[in-house]
Design a protein around this ligand. Structure first.
Ligand SMILES: Nc1ncnc2c1ncn2[C@@H]1O[C@H](COP(=O)(O)OP(=O)(O)OP(=O)(O)O)[C@@H](O)[C@H]1O
Length: 560
């Protein structure tokens, strides 16, 4: 089955597919030559006449060349397979980085990028080249047989056509079932990832058993779909195999009948027997490759969905980063709605001078994190514009912008790398002294030093051996080390006790002095060193004030 979208996705791989098809054709020609030579040798031996040394030598040469071509084909297939996977994965990973959808559905995305692409490898490197071989070789062999024995040639032509075309009747159903199975597989992958991440939570709430039972039910659904798929595919294979065997037997019987009636020779009958097998060899191999390759076909929806998803932001300028130190930040009548929702921010006007420290306060859901998102260009505003140092964010090269605005989220991600590598995420060239100074400023030096190998301790996935507050402090140190002109701290001290929070805030303000710092906070203690405050409510600026925020900055009932 040829899938137009998959051919488009393959892009420049088309030439490689044709090269593999050409090698497949050479291979088939060698098989046919081998069969003819064996036929000639056997016929000569049966007749007991003639010298068979020449065809035997030719047979040995063909066998050697065939071995060499097999080697070439396999190494080419592997190389092309690797390059197809690299090319597709790099296109997909570019998308994963830009598409919010991929972030939200991490498990499904991982299944598509890993299993889907693996499945496509067999489709491109085995199935499609073999399809070209099947379109040419059985017809050519049937013509050769027809020249030797017309009736046997006709039988081969008809049965080969049936063997190739009959399974296509099941293709649509196989593909439909396969897509359903793939959807169930990726959904289950996503659910497993989510459940594994939340095991302590699920256990804590006694929900582990219920979620386990749901996963069991989904796994059972996947098993049933897979078995149903296997059944359809086995029926298809059985029909194909039947046509192959019936074809060989019928062609041989027809040529034997011709021998009995004296209209052909025994040598021709032996040649027909040998060639009949070669006529069907490509068909049988196509069946095997189809089963290896259709997994890729079924993954096409996931691949297509990811590749055609709209990135959160499009286009970028060429401006490099603003000058080091602080940069001005300006939001001009900014409005943003989350896609498909009526939530976000609107009419935000805010100017922050270079080096200023501003607190952004407001109730939960007011739109504070949305502002942070807009500042790092995680999304573009629907209305208005965001500027850094007077330049619209869209005028900066994305990589430069992301180095210039560092946002520390409330629940930061740490990688399963050493603490030192985690801290150097934004500045791989930072010296050990700079790393330690940033850690000390975030009140993280002592806690890191107490780890078994200090800064070289390799963290568990997402820093699991650390408490929430310890992870927050390492993430703050990482952001301080970046020395970005604009630092946005989004409730980064929410997991710290009041004393530690004060120390961390003092450290941040000392280390980041001169840089523009925006502190998003619920608690006034987190923002008490800011020189100005802004209160956001329902996506709008509700009030602003000079000096550190006081109780006035908070809506009634907010935490102090
Ligand atoms: N990905 C999203 N899709 C749709 N709506 C969203 C999304 N993220 C946030 N929102 C909505 O946008 C609004 C603003 O959310 P935001 O996260 O900016 O609030 P916040 O002030 O940071 O809240 P909190 O203090 O609880 O972190 C909320 O109504 C929220 O439900």
């Amino acid at each position: 089955m040829i899938h137009r979208r998959l051919l488009q996705l393959a892009g420049t791989v088309r030439g490689a597919i044709l090269a593999l098809a050409a090698v497949g054709l050479v291979m088939s020609a060698l098989h046919v030559a081998f069969a003819l030579l064996v036929g000639l040798v056997v016929a000569a031996l049966v007749r007991g006449d003639g010298d068979v040394s020449v065809p035997l030598t030719a047979l040995a040469v063909v066998a050697l060349v065939r071995a060499a071509v097999i080697w070439v084909r396999e190494s080419l297939t592997t190389r092309i397979g690797v390059s197809v996977r690299i090319r597709l994965r790099s296109r997909l990973l570019d998308k994963v980085a830009a598409v919010p959808e991929a972030e939200r559905r991490a498990g499904r995305t991982a299944a598509t990028v890993i299993d889907g692409v693996d499945g496509l490898d067999a489709y491109y490197t085995r199935y499609l080249p073999q399809l070209v071989v099947v379109l040419l070789v059985p017809a050519a062999v049937a013509v050769i047989v027809a020249v030797l024995a017309p009736a046997a040639g006709a039988v081969l032509a008809v049965t080969a056509a049936v063997a190739v075309l009959a399974p296509r009747l099941w293709d649509a159903r196989l593909l439909r079932n396969g897509r359903g199975r793939w959807a169930a597989f990726t959904r289950l992958s996503g659910d497993y990832v989510e459940a594994l991440r939340s095991v302590p939570l699920l256990r804590g709430f006694g929900a582990a058993e219920r979620v386990g039972a749901e996963l069991d039910a989904r796994a059972e659904d996947l098993r049933e779909r897979t078995m149903s798929q296997l059944r359809v595919s086995l029926v298809e294979s059985a029909f194909s195999a039947l046509a192959v065997h019936v074809g060989v037997v019928a062609a041989v019987l027809v040529s034997l009948a011709a021998v009995v009636t004296g209209s052909t020779t025994a040598t021709t009958a032996v040649l027909v027997l040998m060639l009949a097998r070669e006529c069907f060899r490509p068909v049988a191999e196509l069946g095997q490759h189809w089963h290896a390759g259709y997994l890729g076909l079924t993954a096409v929806d996931g691949l297509d969905g990811l590749l055609s998803a709209e990135p959160a932001v499009t286009g970028e300028g060429s401006r490099t980063a603003p000058a080091r130190g602080g940069a001005s930040v300006e939001l001009r009548d900014v409005g943003y709605r989350y896609p498909g929702a009526d939530t976000g921010v609107r009419g935000i006007d805010l100017r922050i001078e270079p080096g200023e420290t501003v607190a952004v306060l407001g109730p939960s859901g007011a739109g504070k994190s949305t502002l942070a998102r807009l500042l790092e260009r995680g999304a573009d505003p629907d209305d208005g514009s965001v500027h850094i140092d007077g330049t619209d964010l869209r005028g900066y090269a994305l990589s430069a912008l992301r180095r210039s605005v560092v946002v520390v989220p409330q629940d930061p991600v740490l990688f399963a790398w050493s603490v030192r590598e985690n801290l150097r995420l934004y500045r791989p060239g930072a010296t050990d002294a700079e790393v330690e100074a940033a850690a000390a400023a975030a009140d993280a030096h002592d806690l890191v030093s107490a780890l078994p190998s200090g800064y070289d301790t390799v963290l568990a996935e997402d820093g699991e051996q650390l408490s929430g507050g310890q992870r927050q402090r390492i993430a703050i140190a990482r952001a301080l080390l970046a020395e970005a002109p604009v630092l946005v701290l989004d409730e980064v001290t929410s997991a710290l006790d009041a004393d530690t929070e004060r120390r961390v805030i003092a450290g941040i303000f000392g280390h980041a002095a001169g840089r523009t710092t925006i502190v998003i906070a619920h608690r006034l203690t987190a923002a008490e060193r800011c020189t100005r405050w802004v209160r956001i409510e329902s996506g709008r600026v509700a009030a602003t004030g000079a000096g550190p925020p006081t109780a006035l900055a908070q809506p009634t009932g907010a935490a102090r």
